[in-house]
Design a protein around this ligand. Structure first.
Ligand code: NAP
Length: 255
C-alpha cells in the first residue's frame, strides 16, 4: 500500500451528525475531500443543503438527513435512510452536541433531558441502529466526539461527555465481534458557535489559553483532520481509545 492510500477514503460511506455547523461541517467536508460519500444529519435543513451542494462539487455523493438526535425514537429510522441513500455505511461520526448545565447551580429537568439525550442518548441510539450496517461493511468505524470537559468535572455537560467516552470503550470491545472499531475524540477549545461565549470574555479566554501548551484554540478543520485519519486504513489498529486533541491542556484544570 502506498502511503497516500493509507488515508484514502474512496468508496467509504460516512454518516455525520451535527453536520450543519462547526466541527461536524468540517468533518463532513474533510471526509468527502478524502474520497468518502456522506450523509449529513442535523436539524437545520437549509445549512445541510448548502453543504451538500459544496460536497457534490467535489464529485462526491451527499445526502441531506433532517434529524433531531434528542428525539431518540427517530434516530434508528434516520440511520436506515442514510444507509439506503449511500448504499450502506462504513463510518459513523456522532458529533451532534449541545452545551448546557456546565455547573450544578441551576438544575432543570427539561434542560437535563436536552443535554443528556442529545450528547449521550443520541450517540447510544445511533451506534445501536448503525451496528448492522457497519457489521456488513469492511473495516468499519464509529467515531464519537466527546470532550476534555469529561475529565474536568464540568457539570452535566462534562458528565454527558464522560458517558460518551465510557460507552466508546465498552463498545470497542462488544462491537469487535462485528469488526467495528470504536474511538472517541476529546477536543479542547475549538472555534465554533458553541464556544463564542468564551471568546467574548477576554479574561476567561486568556486564562484558558495561558493553561494551554499551544496557546491558542483549535480550528474545526484540525479536529476534522483527526477524524479523517481515524476513518482511514492508517488507523486500523486504533480502537477503544479516547484521543485528546486539546493543544496540551489535558493536565490543567482551568476551563
Ligand atoms: P456547534 O457549532 O454548536 O454545532 C453543533 C452541531 O450539532 C450543529 O451542527 C447542530 O446542528 C448539531 N446539533 C445540536 N443539537 C442537535 C440535535 N438535537 N440533533 C441534531 N443535531 C444537533 O458546536 P461544535 O463546537 O461544532 O460541537 C460539535 C461537537 O463537538 C459537540 O458534540 C460538542 O460537544 C463537541 N465539542 C466541542 C468543543 C468546542 O470547543 N467547540 C470542545 C469539545 C467538544 P443543528 O442546530 O442544525 O441541529
Amino acid at each position: 500500500m502506498k502511503s497516500n492510500d493509507l488515508f484514502d477514503l474512496s468508496g467509504r460511506r460516512a454518516l455525520i451528525t451535527g453536520a450543519s455547523r462547526g466541527i461536524g461541517r468540517a468533518i463532513a467536508f474533510g471526509l468527502a475531500s478524502a474520497g468518502a460519500d456522506v450523509a449529513l444529519a442535523a436539524r437545520d435543513k437549509e445549512r445541510l443543503a448548502e453543504l451538500a451542494v459544496a460536497i457534490r462539487g467535489l464529485g462526491k455523493n451527499a445526502c441531506v438527513l433532517p434529524l433531531d438526535v434528542s428525539k431518540l425514537d427517530t434516530v434508528g429510522p434516520a440511520i436506515d435512510m442514510a444507509a439506503a441513500g449511500l448504499g450502506g455505511l462504513d463510518v459513523l461520526v456522532n458529533n451532534a452536541g449541545v452545551n448546557g448545565l456546565g455547573g450544578f447551580d441551576v438544575m432543570d429537568a427539561p434542560e437535563f433531558d436536552r443535554v443528556m439525550d442529545t450528547n449521550f442518548g443520541g450517540v447510544l441510539f445511533a451506534c445501536e441502529a448503525a451496528r448492522p450496517y457497519l457489521a456488513d461493511a469492511e473495516n468499519s468505524v464509529i467515531i464519537n466526539i466527546g470532550s476534555i470537559a469529561a475529565t474536568k468535572g464540568v457539570g452535566v455537560y462534562g458528565a454527558s461527555k464522560a458517558a460518551v467516552h465510557s460507552l466508546t470503550r465498552g463498545m470497542s470491545r462488544d462491537f469487535a465481534v462485528d469488526g467495528i472499531r470504536c474511538v472517541a475524540l476529546a477536543p479542547g477549545q475549538v472555534e465554533t458557535d458553541m464556544t463564542a461565549h468564551v471568546r467574548a470574555d477576554p479574561e476567561r479566554l486568556q486564562l484558558m489559553l495561558s493553561h494551554t501548551a499551544r496557546g491558542r484554540v483549535a480550528t474545526p478543520e484540525e479536529i476534522a483532520a483527526t477524524v479523517v485519519y481515524l476513518a482511514s486504513p492508517a488507523a486500523d489498529f486504533v480502537s477503544g481509545a479516547v484521543l485528546a486533541i486539546d493543544g496540551g491542556r489535558d493536565f490543567f484544570s482551568v476551563q
